[in-house]
Design a protein around this ligand. Structure first.
Ligand SMILES: NC(=O)c1ccc[n+]([C@@H]2O[C@H](COP(=O)([O-])OP(=O)(O)OC[C@H]3O[C@@H](n4cnc5c(N)ncnc54)[C@H](OP(=O)(O)O)[C@@H]3O)[C@@H](O)[C@H]2O)c1
Length: 242
C-alpha cells in the first residue's frame, strides 16, 4: 500500500450533524471524548483536515497533554503529529494584512502551534504570493490539482515523506470524498446526546452522496457507552473491495 493507514474520527449529534447550521464549529465532544481524541492524535503521524474546517476555524491540531507529547518524544517521534490542510484556494485576504501593516501570518494557530511539521496541499487557485507566505511561515506547500486537490496524490506524497498513519478530523465534504475514493480504513464516531437538526448543517459525509449499491460498507468493531453525559463511541473498520 503506497499510502498511510487512514482513520477518520468525528463527533456528531444523534441526528448525524457534525456542526449546527450556523457552521461555527459548535462544541459536540465531552471532556472525556476530548481526552480520547488527544490520545488518538498522540498515536498518529499526521492529522488532516479539509479546507473549510481549516479556513473557518484555524484549529491548533496539537496534542494538548504534556505527558502524551513526552511519550512521543521518548519513542523517538516528533513531539506533535504533522498537520495537513487540504484547501482549494487559501484566499489572499487571509494572508495579506491591511495596508501599511506588513504581511499578516495566515492561519496563526494552525501554522504556529506546535512544534509540528505543517503541510498545505492546495490547487492552482491559490495565488503564488499566498503560497510563498505559507512557505515563509515554515509550511511545506504542494500544489496538487487545478480546481480540486488530488487526494490520492496527497497520501502518496505523505507516504513518501515517511507518514504511515493519518487521522482525518473532518469536515464532511472531505470525509465523503475520502470514502468515495476508498481511502478510509477506520472510522470512530463519538455520538453526543444532542440534536442540531437543520437541512444545511454538515454531516459525517456530505458531497453528492452515494447510490445504495455504491455505499461504502462498514464492519462494526465496538460500541461503548462512553461517558457520564450519555455519549456513545462507535468504532468501525471499512470494508475495501479486493
Ligand atoms: N464534529 C466534528 O468532529 C467536526 C470536525 C471537523 C469539522 N467539523 C465541521 O465541518 C464543517 C466543515 O465541513 P465542510 O464539509 O464544510 O468542509 P471540509 O470538509 O472541512 O472542507 C472541504 C473543502 O476542502 C476543499 N477541497 C479541496 N480539494 C478537496 C477534495 N479533493 N476533497 C474534498 N474537499 C476538497 C474544498 O474547498 P472548495 O469548496 O473551496 O473547493 C471543500 O469544500 C464545519 O462546520 C466544521 O465545524 C466538525
Amino acid at each position: 500500500m503506497n499510502r498511510p493507514r487512514i482513520l477518520v474520527n468525528i463527533a456528531m449529534t444523534v441526528d448525524g450533524k457534525i456542526d449546527s447550521a450556523a457552521r461555527k464549529g459548535a462544541a459536540i465532544s465531552s471532556r472525556a471524548d476530548k481526552r480520547r481524541v488527544g490520545e488518538l492524535r498522540a498515536s498518529v503521524d499526521a492529522i488532516l483536515i479539509g479546507g473549510r474546517t481549516l479556513l473557518n476555524e484555524d484549529p491548533r491540531l496539537t496534542v494538548k497533554s504534556a505527558e502524551l507529547r513526552a511519550e512521543r518524544l521518548r519513542k523517538g517521534w516528533p513531539e506533535n503529529p504533522a498537520k495537513v490542510g487540504v484547501v482549494t484556494d487559501v484566499g489572499a485576504d487571509l494572508v495579506v494584512a491591511p495596508e501599511g501593516q506588513g504581511q499578516a501570518l495566515p492561519l496563526r494557530r494552525f501554522l504556529t502551534s506546535g512544534p509540528a511539521q505543517v503541510y498545505l496541499f492546495t490547487t492552482r487557485c491559490t495565488a503564488p504570493e499566498v503560497l510563498a507566505a505559507f512557505e515563509t511561515a515554515g509550511a511545506t506547500v504542494h500544489v496538487m490539482g487545478q480546481e480540486r486537490v488530488d487526494l490520492v496524490a496527497v497520501f502518496r506524497t505523505l507516504h513518501e515523506a515517511g507518514i504511515r498513519s493519518v487521522l482525518v478530523e473532518g469536515g464532511g465534504t472531505l470525509i465523503a470524498e475520502l470514502f468515495g475514493l476508498g481511502l478510509v480504513d477506520e472510522l470512530t464516531i463519538y455520538i453526543a446526546p444532542k440534536i442540531f437538526g437543520g437541512n444545511s448543517a454538515p454531516t459525517l459525509a456530505d458531497g453528492h452522496g452515494f447510490l445504495p449499491n455504491q455505499a461504502p460498507g462498514l464492519k462494526l468493531e465496538s460500541v461503548e457507552k462512553f461517558d457520564h453525559e450519555g455519549g456513545i463511541l462507535v468504532h468501525y473498520f471499512v470494508e475495501h473491495e479486493e
